[in-house]
Every structure is written in structure tokens, then in C-alpha cells.
Ligand binder design. Structure first.
Ligand code: ADP
Ligand code: ZN
Ligand code: ZN
Length: 725
């Protein structure tokens, strides 16, 4: 039985001709209809459905491309997330495979970029002692070569050069060759402090590492719960070294490479060429090449986003998921798997140790650890006992009644001024980009909407109106209301660009950087903004959650949250949790150096438990309160969710369709789940489609799906991370 590399989410059955040794995981050539295609064998010895089967034409590659544990994981995904096995198998293979398997063979990784390398000859050594016919640069080059320099860069460090090495080679004093260089993007090739790997572990790191290492080979699941800068990454690195020493492969998942450059860079620095990096910013060809290195066994450490879990590591022994709380671990198209749950499934299948790391684990993960499903490892304090930043909560309602209409409260303004005066740095965080979130008529209430999505257009500093859902934009904001012609059409709501303007006004001489999705549209902008802060060139950075991750800036002594509540009022079961996580993460950027640090949280909801617990750095209190709320409503982990969504051009069509399915589900549900909805999806209109959703919530919602036929016009999301799609 095999599944195609492209095409429908189906499997097909073929005959294996005598003499052809085919096992599951092999890539084979077959005829399908009147064309030749390729597919992956998912099972052999299956009962033949009919007599006249076509035969497999041949193997594309002598070795199986998917190992037994990968196929088992594909089966688990297909059954748990209710998708086709072919969808799950395809997710495990690089998208370029179909193209690279065009002939009867599979291309190997493309020849890599090469650079010139040099070595000294015996004549060259003699020439050092009688340097009559050598220039100063040539002599320096020869000396560097004699001391072991190889590349032009190394020669340059001791006054030599690649050019003079070439001229020496022409005279027989040196030899030239070429060697392959890995295409590691410059922003990833960070320098690591070599001493760290030899430093003694802290008193909480040591037992955590010991438990993880002790489980290698036999499997186990851990939650490494450690505040920011408590040394989690160092634990991953040393556990990885221990796994490699036992001949086991390592998979490390990070939420989004661009935002976690530091973690990836440290793996590259420590394990060098053994590391394959797999992430979405790679071209299809580059992904294929990295994948191929893992297939060939050249790389046995894989670092990457979500789908790196499917890398063909031969004997996975350690699987790390850093920042396990990140919603980006959920894939939002079929197969809609969650990488944390899939990692735990792979751990069980392959006998690998799974480590979930976080400063703010999801309360469901925390609950699983207290229930004994995961072993809890705590890193309670920051390295060098740096204190967490004392944080003040500012009530924005009082600012308004005191007549302050700026985005910055009086407390935040004076803290900013003092911080910059002292030569320190500040981070200002806001979860919305643009200048204003709405253009609203003060007379008739008209809001300028995106024509496709019917949500308000946001105003940007360049004067454009931009839809933050579909990206559509138009050039100019109207100067009069299109509905009532009033001139009192104003901007409302605050975005990062507005905050940037307010800071510029407050601190005209400071250099201010901004980092949000508009800013990173330029390639490498994230790294540039980080570098400008790191070098002290900028004093203040304003940004969205992009600044909440990976920014390790010792000069930052102030973090200001411009509005802590932007997510809190959203109708989603994890709104409070996401708020707590983001606030904790962003506050954790303060006080990472010797200058100490503080935080200021501006909010209209100063009594909300997520805001209070984040300001107090009190995870336990937050989790206890949050779990209480979850239990009351039967939300995860006390019940499971399935989200069903559908869309159509006409509103009446979706409404009728949803009412029909809701009725069927109600009849079938019994005690397994309750049916919530139908209700308009949060994105009630997208790209011209009206969208409606149904939610199943209860102890066994997927059992209900078994009893009702759900058409392909519905998307089925098991364990959704959000109901706001
Ligand atoms: P986290 O991943 O929890 O944010 P890191 O592993 O990045 O923490 O550690 C924070 C900082 O402390 C890093 O600069 C790291 O190099 C350093 N560090 C980690 N472990 C130790 C140790 N045992 N001794 C000294 N420094 C350490
Ligand atoms: Zn109007
Ligand atoms: Zn839109």
C-alpha cells in the first residue's frame, strides 16, 4: 500500500513483483492512471481488495526514506487528528522530494558552496627561514600557514591573505584546494562563549540534567519549567551531548527560527556540522538538502520549527521542545497536529526522551506534570541569582481621569526619561502594529472596513489603511466620513507606530528602533534591530511580541507594557493564559545584566488574575486560578475540544449547512461531548467567504466524529490552540 507524494489524501494498493525487495518507507515508482508517479510504501502484506492489481515498477532509492518509527508516528497523527494517512506521510517528507525524485533516482544534497583552503609545502617552510624573495604580506601568510591557518579568513587574522597564498601556490610554496562550506545564514552563526560549556552546572541545573540523561535510551517525558535565563538552553545542550555520546540522534524544536536565533546559534556553535537546521524560511531546495543530510546520516542533530519533528533521524533518543506554550506548534492546515503532543507520541513510539521547556508552560502541561504524566524539573532562579524585575501595575483609567491622553502613563514617562539619562535601555511592548487600530466617524459611528473581511482597517504611519487579517490595503484614509460626510472622522486605538511617535516626542535625542511585522518585512530586520540594541546604538525599542522572544540584552533595565489587556477580552479559552505568558516573557527581558531592571504594566484591568500574577512573577498562583476556571467550564485539560469550521460565499448557505450538522452532532453526542454553536467564526468573513463554526467540548469529542459523516467542506481541528480562527 502506498501514498503519493502529491494529490489526494488516499492510499493505493499495488503488487510487489517477485525479486523486488520492498519494505515500508521505500520510495517507489508506480503507474497511476496513465502516468508514472512516485509514492512512499506505507504497508506491505495488506489484503488485496481486488484481483487485478498493477505492479510496482521499481525502487527510486535503495534505502527506505521513512523509518518504522516515522510511519508509526504518521499512523498516530492520522488517527488522533482525523486526517488521511497520506496527509500525515506527506508532512514527513520535504516538499521538494517529488521534484528531486524525478528520474529513477533520488538526487543527493546539492553540492555546497565551496571556499579556497591552503596548506604550506616543504619548500614554503624553508622559504620562511630565507625570506629574501618574499614580500611582507607573503611572509606573514607563510607564517600563518605554518601555524595551521587554513582559510583566507584565518590568514587575514595574522596579517596574511588568500591572494598572497595563491601567489605563493604559483611558486610551489603552498597548495590550494577547496572545501565545502555550510550555508549557515549569518544571523545564525553566533559566537558562543566557549567557557560556558565547561562551567559547573547550577544547583538546580545539575539534578535536572541528571534525570534527563538517566532516562536516555529508555524514554521518559519531562517538563523543564524554568524562569527566563535560568539556564534551560544549557541543559538542552548538555543533554544533547549525552545523547550523541550514546549514539542517539537529537531533535530540538523551537517556535520560529527568526525569533529564536540565539538557541539555534548555540546548537550550531556546539555541535557544528552535525546540525541540520530545518525551518520555514528555507527554500524548498534548501530544505531538501538539509533533509538529505539527515537521511544520509551526516547530521544527527536537527534544530527547527514544528515539522523538524519529522526529520529522518535514524535513532531519535532526545526530543526537546523549547517554549512548549507557543501556539505556532500547532499546524493550521491538514494534518492539524500539535508538535508537543506529536513529540510525546514519537517519544513513546521510539523510546526517546522528551523534554518540554518553558518559563510559562501551558496550564494543561503543568497539570499533566502534577498528575504524574510528565516529570517536573524546576529551575527556580536565574543564573547568577539575578532578581526578576520588580513590576508596577499602572491603572490606565486613572491616567484618563487625570487628563493624560498619551499612550505613556506618567509613571512610564518618567521611568523612560530616567532610564535613558542613565545610559540604560528600555523595551516598550504592544501587541498591535500600525498607528491606529480603527478609523471611526465621531458623528455616525462609521468605521472604515476591509471590503473582504469586514473588519476595521488599521491606519499606518505611511498613510495607508491596512487590513491586519488579509493584508489588503488602500492608499489614503478618507478626510470625510463616506457615510455622513462629517469631517470628524478620527483615528482610534493605539499601535506600535503611535507609541514610537510618542516616545520620539518625549525623548527627542534618543535613538528609537521599532520591531513588528511591518518592520521585519525587510529581510534581516529582526537581526538588525537586535544588533542596534545590543551595541547600544538604540536606547529604546518599541515592538510586538517579536521583542518578547530571544532578546537577551544586558543593557535593558526597563520594560514597559503599553497595554496589557489587548488579548484579555477575546472570546477564547486561552486568552488569560496567552496574556500571562506574553507579559511574563516580555517582563523577563528586563534586568538581564548588572544594571538591574524593572517593569511597568499599563492596563485597564489592574485586578485581572493574569495581570496581577504576571506582575508578581507568580506562576503557581496563576495556574491554580486558571485551572479552577478551566474546570468550571470543562475546558482543557478537563475536557477536550474539537473545532469545526466551514465557509461559503453566501451567508445563508453556511448558516443552513451549520444548522444541519449541529443537529446531527447533537443527536450523536450523548455524554461524550456538548455541541457549542453554530456561531460566526471569529474571522466571520475572510477573503469574501462567510465563516461559521461549531465546537465539540467534552471528555470524548472525537468519538462523536466517528458517528457522524462530516463533509469535506468542513475543517476538523482536534485540540485547537484557539477558537479564534
Ligand atoms: P534560558 O534558556 O533558561 O533562558 P540559558 O541557558 O540561555 O537560559 O542561560 C542564560 C545565560 O546563563 C546564558 O548566557 C548562558 O550561557 C548562561 N549559563 C547557563 N548555564 C550556566 C552555568 N551553569 N554557569 C554559568 N552560566 C550559565
Ligand atoms: Zn459619519
Ligand atoms: Zn481583509
Amino acid at each position: 500500500m502506498f501514498s503519493g507524494l502529491r494529490g489526494p489524501a488516499m492510499t493505493f494498493t499495488y503488487l510487489i513483483p517477485d525479486g523486488l525487495d520492498v519494505v515500508p518507507g521505500h520510495l517507489v515508482r508506480v503507474g497511476l492512471g496513465d502516468r508514472a508517479t512516485r509514492g512512499v510504501v506505507v504497508a506491505v502484506d495488506v489484503p488485496a481488495p481486488e484481483a487485478s492489481l498493477r505492479a510496482v515498477d521499481g525502487l527510486v532509492h535503495p534505502l527506505p526514506l521513512l523509518s518504522a518509527h516515522q510511519l508509526a508516528l504518521a499512523r498516530w497523527i492520522a488517527s488522533y487528528y482525523r486526517c488521511g494517512l497520506a496527509d500525515a506521510v506527506r508532512a514527513m517528507l520535504p516538499p521538494a522530494l517529488a521534484a528531486r525524485a524525478r528520474g529513477a533516482t533520488l538526487e543527493s544534497a546539492r553540492s555546497e558552496r565551496t571556499e579556497a583552503i591552503f596548506a604550506i609545502t616543504p619548500d614554503g617552510r624553508r622559504a620562511i627561514d630565507e625570506p629574501v624573495r618574499l614580500g611582507a604580506r607573503q611572509l606573514a601568510t607563510l607564517r600563518a600557514l605554518a601555524a595551521g591557518a587554513v582559510t583566507a579568513a584565518e590568514l587575514g587574522q595574522s596579517g596574511g591573505s588568500g591572494e598572497s597564498a595563491k601567489s605563493l601556490a604559483a611558486r610551489g610554496l603552498a597548495t590550494v584546494g577547496r572545501h565545502a562550506v555550510r550555508r549557515i545564514p549569518t544571523e545564525l552563526s553566533l559566537h558562543e562563549d566557549d567557557v560556558v560549556r565547561d562551567l559547573p552546572l547550577t544547583r538546580s541545573q545539575a539534578p535536572a540534567l541528571e534525570s534527563i540523561v538517566g532516562s536516555l535510551g529508555s524514554g521518559g517525558a519531562f517538563l523543564l519549567h524554568g524562569v527566563t535565563a535560568s539556564g534551560k538552553t544549557e541543559v538542552y545542550l548538555r543533554a544533547a551531548a549525552a545523547a550523541l555520546a550514546r549514539g542517539l540522534g537529537v531533535i530540538v524544536l523551537v517556535p520560529e527560527i527568526a525569533l529564536t536565533v540565539q538557541v539555534v546559534g548555540r546548537f550550531l556553535a556546539r555541535f557544528g556540522d552535525r546540525v541540520a537546521v530545518l525551518h520555514s524560511a528555507l527554500s524548498a531546495g534548501e530544505r531538501y538538502d538539509e533533509w538529505r543530510r539527515v537521511v544520509d546520516g551526516v547530521c544527527d542533530v536537527v534544530v527547527g520549527s514544528r515539522s523538524a519533528l519529522f526529520a529522518p533521524v535514524a535513532r531519535p533518543g532526545l526530543i526537546v521542545v523549547d517554549e512548549e506554550q507557543e501556539p505556532s506548534y500547532k499546524q493550521e492546515s491538514a494534518p492539524r497536529y500539535h508538535a508537543v503532543d506529536a513529540a510525546r507520541a514519537l517519544g513513546r513510539i521510539a523510546g526517546a526522551t522528551v523534554v518540554l521547556g518553558s518559563a510559562t508552560p501551558r496550564v494543561a502541561t503543568h497539570h499533566a506534570a502534577t498528575a504524574g504524566e510528565l516529570t517536573l524539573l524546576r529551575l527556580g532562579e536565574r543564573i547568577a541569582d539575578l532578581p526578576l524585575p520588580p513590576t508596577t501595575v499602572v491603572d490606565l483609567r486613572l491616567e484618563l481621569s487625570a487628563g493624560n491622553r498619551s499612550t505613556l502613563s506618567r509613571a512610564l514617562r518618567s521611568a523612560l526619561v530616567r532610564t535613558v539619562e542613565r545610559g540604560e535601555q528600555a523595551i516598550l511592548y504592544l501587541n498591535r502594529r500600525g498607528l491606529a487600530t480603527v478609523i471611526l466617524c465621531r458623528d455616525c459611528g462609521y468605521v472604515v472596513p476591509c471590503p473582504s473581511c469586514e473588519i476595521p482597517f488599521a491606519l499606518h504611519a505611511d498613510g495607508r489603511l491596512v487590513c491586519h487579517r488579509c493584508g489588503k490595503w488602500r492608499r489614503d484614509a478618507p478626510s470625510a466620513c463616506p457615510q455622513c460626510a462629517s469631517a470628524r472622522i478620527r483615528q482610534l486605538g493605539v499601535g506600535t507606530q503611535r507609541v514610537e511617535q510618542d516616545v520620539r516626542q518625549l525623548l527627542p535625542r534618543a535613538k528609537i528602533a521599532r520591531l513588528d511585522r511591518d518592520a521585519v518585512a525587510r529581510k534581516g530586520a529582526h537581526a538588525v534591530a537586535y544588533e542596534r540594541m545590543r551595541s547600544g546604538d538604540s536606547q529604546v525599542i518599541v515592538g510586538t511580541q517579536m521583542i518578547a522572544k530571544g532578546f537577551d540584552l544586558p543593557g535593558v533595565s526597563l520594560v514597559g507594557v503599553v497595554n496589557a489587556d489587548t488579548l484579555l477580552n477575546l472570546p477564547d479559552p486561552s486568552a488569560a493564559e496567552r496574556t500571562f505568558q506574553l507579559l511574563t516573557q516580555v517582563l523577563g527581558r528586563s534586568g538581564r545584566g548588572d544594571v538591574g531592571g524593572r517593569g511597568i504594566l499599563q492596563t485597564y484591568l489592574p485586578d485581572h488574575h493574569a495581570v496581577r500574577a504576571a506582575a508578581a512573577h507568580d506562576y503557581e498562583t496563576f495556574a491554580a486560578r486558571e485551572l479552577l476556571d478551566r474546570r468550571r467550564f470543562g475546558n482543557p485539560p478537563f475536557g477536550r475540544l474539537v473545532l469545526l469550521q466551514t465557509g461559503a460565499r453566501r451567508e445563508a448557505t453556511v448558516e443552513a449547512r451549520a444548522a444541519r450538522l449541529a443537529a446531527e452532532l447533537e443527536t450523536a453526542a450523548g455524554d461524550d461531548a456538548e455541541v457549542l454553536g453554530p456561531a460566526p467564526a471569529f474571522a466571520a468573513k475572510r477573503a469574501g467567504n462567510y465563516r461559521v463554526q461549531l465546537v465539540l467540548r467534552g471528555p470524548r469529542p472525537t468519538a462523536v466524529l466517528d458517528r457522524v459523516r462530516i463533509g469535506s467542506e468542513w475543517s476538523v481541528d482536534v485540540d485547537p490552540v484557539s477558537l479564534l480562527g
